[in-house]
Write a protein that binds this ligand. Structure first.
Ligand code: FES
Length: 133
């Protein structure tokens, strides 16, 4: 086991549950929680991951959460019977909410995406005040 990456399940058994819970936000741009997305998938049976954007606009801001929306899609649909296509990047089952927020902040600061007005402020930044120019 030494030198090998731990599977998410084994990591949780060793270190405890670190993954984001249902009340944590997945889409910081549109304030969409994991619970809302999971329920939306359960009730609407989307055919493709991009349909999750119909859940309060999730994924249509900076784009950070799109890989995680795909993971939620695969966990909650018929596609769950098939292996999740491997994509580079973190796994929603192993990130803590704090790690998730910090990695999104790095993503936005590196210029990979631009959050819309009203998005969750980046950790350590001041929230935008209305009327400031
Ligand atoms: S965090 Fe979802 S689009 Fe920005």
């Amino acid at each position: 086991m030494c030198g090998q990456a731990l599977s998410p399940r084994f990591r949780i058994r060793l270190f405890g549950r670190t993954a984001m819970n249902l009340d944590d936000k997945v889409c910081y741009c549109f304030h969409v929680s994991r619970r809302k997305l999971v329920n939306w998938v359960r009730l609407n049976h989307p055919k493709v991951p991009s349909q999750l954007s119909m859940c309060a606009g999730a994924g249509t801001g900076c784009g950070w959460c799109i890989p995680f929306l795909k993971q939620i899609f695969h966990q909650g649909t018929e596609a769950a019977k098939e292996p999740i296509p491997l994509e580079p990047g973190p796994d929603i089952e192993t990130l803590s909410a704090e790690e998730y927020a910090n990695q999104r902040a790095e993503y936005v600061k590196s210029g990979k995406g631009t959050p819309p007005t009203g998005a969750e402020p980046l950790p350590g930044s001041k929230p935008a005040l209305g009327g400031e120019k």
